[in-house]
Design a protein around this ligand. Structure first.
Ligand SMILES: [Zn+2]
Ligand SMILES: [Zn+2]
Length: 190
């Protein structure tokens, strides 16, 4: 199993699936690196996006190589850097590693989402893959807090595919129509 580069790790090396290392996340976005393997993105790349991201105009996570995105889509969703975006923000369970004296897990609980959650969302939201050429790669920067994500507006030749439909709420269905996003084929059962 591949542990994504942006996954938060404990001092003993254990990955904390479902949480991201914020500096690594920013590094990947700015340096045009893949969130799974950390290598440079060169020709084509893939972003994973939800309907609301098309409204905001950017995706708040790094892109991936097409083959890395294909792997991450097939692998357990826990492995994906996406999870923090649809995790329940109420009460993260606390688990300590063997080096908690020297690790973030030994510190008092941080306020919810301090370093983990990029943006809250829900597991039922549809997910899309957005394939694009790195020629159109553009970072959406905030004035004081570094990169917000990767611009969707800049991707004029993007190819959007439905990955999972989930159980969208009305707001998501409205966004799907508004942004002209693909819907499941009738009768395909997916
Ligand atoms: Zn730890
Ligand atoms: Zn990769």
């Amino acid at each position: 199993m591949v542990i994504p580069y942006i996954t938060l790790r404990h001092a003993d090396g254990t990955p904390e699936f479902g949480r991201v290392n914020t500096p690594k996340l920013a590094e990947c976005i700015i340096e045009r690196r893949c969130q799974l393997c950390a290598r440079k993105l060169t020709d084509a790349a893939v972003l994973m996006a939800r309907p609301q991201d098309f409204g905001y105009g950017y995706v708040p996570e790094p892109a991936q190589h097409p083959e890395c995105a294909a792997y991450a889509t097939k692998a357990c969703p826990m492995l994906s850097g996406r999870l923090p975006r649809h995790r329940d923000r109420t009460r993260p369970q606390r688990r300590q590693c063997s080096r908690s004296d020297a690790c973030w897990c030994g510190e008092p609980p941080a306020p919810p989402n301090a370093d983990a959650v990029i943006r809250s969302g829900r597991a039922a939201s549809p997910w899309y893959s957005v394939r694009f050429s790195m020629d159109e790669y553009e970072v959406n920067m905030s004035a004081r807090k570094g990169p917000r994500g990767i611009s969707l507006h800049a991707l004029t030749h993007r190819k959007v595919r439905l990955v999972t439909w989930g159980h969208p709420e009305k707001t998501d269905l409205a966004r799907v129509l508004l942004f002209g996003l693909p819907e499941p084929d009738a009768g395909s059962g997916s």
